[in-house]
Design a protein around this ligand. Structure first.
Ligand SMILES: C[S@@+](CC[C@H](N)C(=O)[O-])C[C@H]1O[C@@H](n2cnc3c(N)ncnc32)[C@H](O)[C@@H]1O
Length: 369
């Protein structure tokens, strides 16, 4: 097998490394999960930057795993490469004996290896059998989907997963064609789609088959169902101080990511209480403000980055946060009391020190209590 280094530029690599560094660089034998190993580009950079870190790399594509194994061979004593769908992460961690991890990266979607392979059927620009399975050892192919789904189901897949305005027309064209002859090739499907879309609409929004191919790929690989289960499982697996970074490439993935993080960064306690009840505080803090977009230079150097959205979060200890908040409140009250007429002097700015870990300043505790 030829080594594929250089054919795939890892997306937002520097930003991913920067976000993961505080979690992976904080001790010996930290554990990082690359849930979408692909060709191992991000994984290789993590292993180089953190010489003590153990990598658990998952991919459902055996061909991607084989390439990554070659690329990462020099780190063989601290990597576990697993053929698994990422929603199987809890089982993988159990089997390998890692109760918690420090970093998780999801770089969603297909790899350049899959897109460029002449025989996998992911690309509308190349003629190939309609397969589109990331894991070619199991599951239904795109050929089965386009030749067996009824009109309503086919139209729903194209509308929901492809956000395709002409879903109904394309579904009708597919059904008409398959009554004549089974649809077996990506080129024939791309042609049918182009003919089903009104001519003025073909001139905007990229290749007319792009959205349908994306929709079929998501359906064939059950991508969103797997992601919806995998994100909470990965968040659960993180140790306190551990960090997760997710790179999404379309709005459906990004929406699921946003929702999974939103669940963890808000309090579940009653909103009218001034203090958090034990066990109801946020368990994560966001590291990204909304979804981060790539810079112009990144997109120019790596067109695959054009549609990326990055979100990241860190696991926090809710009890420690609660304690910090209580300490800050106590200090605030003390300073306020000292400033009342007839009490001691006002504390100077020079008396401030940093609160452990949060990088902000807080008042010194201990006097006058
Ligand atoms: C964009 S590529 C990752 C590229 C990688 N970050 C790199 O730098 O080489 C995405 C990879 O995730 C894999 N993948 C997609 N969905 C998956 C899932 N549900 N479970 C496991 N692997 C998945 C694909 O097979 C593909 O190899």
């Amino acid at each position: 097998m030829g080594e594929l280094r250089g054919t795939h530029v890892p997306v937002l690599l520097e930003r991913c490394l920067e976000l993961l560094a505080p979690a992976l660089g904080r001790g010996d034998r930290t554990v990082h999960v690359d849930a979408t190993l692909g060709l191992g580009g991000h994984a290789e950079a993590v292993l180089e930057a953190h010489p003590q870190t153990i990598l658990i790399g998952l991919d459902r594509d055996t061909e991607a795993l084989a390439h990554a194994r070659v690329r990462l061979a020099r780190f063989a004593d601290r990597i576990h490469l697993e053929h698994a769908v990422y929603d199987e992460l809890p089982d993988v961690l159990d089997r390998l004996g890692y109760p918690g991890v420090d970093g998780v990266l999801f770089d969603l979607g297909v790899s350049s290896l899959q897109l460029d392979a002449p025989d996998r059927g992911f690309a509308y620009a190349q003629d190939a059998p309609l397969d589109m399975r990331m894991d070619q050892t199991r599951g239904v192919t795109a050929e089965e989907v386009v030749n067996t789904y009824g009109h309503p189901e086919l139209a729903r897949v194209l509308r929901v997963y492809g956000e395709e305005k002409f879903a109904g027309r394309i579904a009708s064209a597919i059904i008409r064609e398959r009554e004549r002859a089974r649809i077996t090739s990506s080129a024939r499907l791309a042609e049918l789609i182009r003919d089903a879309i009104p001519a003025p609409a073909r001139r905007t929004g990229g290749h007319p088959a792009k959205r349908t191919f994306q929709a079929l790929r998501i359906e064939v690989n059950r991508e969103l169902a797997a992601l919806e289960t995998a994100l909470p499982a990965a968040l659960d697996a993180l140790n306190v101080g551990g960090r997760m970074v997710v790179l999404s490439y379309h709005s459906l993935e990004d929406r699921l990511t946003k929702a999974a993080l939103a669940d963890r960064v808000r309090s579940t306690g009653p909103i009218d209480l001034p203090v958090e009840l034990p066990g109801t505080g946020p368990t994560f803090r966001l590291l990204s403000r909304g979804a981060e977009l790539p810079g112009e230079l990144e997109v120019a150097a790596n067109p695959r980055a054009a549609s990326v959205r990055l979100r990241a979060a860190e696991r926090i200890d809710p009890d420690a946060q609660q304690q910090e908040r209580a300490d800050r409140e106590r200090s605030r009250r003390r300073v306020k009391a000292m400033n009342q007429p007839g009490t001691g002097s006002v504390r100077s700015v020079g008396d401030r020190r940093r609160a452990p870990g949060d990088g902000t300043g807080t008042d010194v505790e201990g006097e006058g209590t």
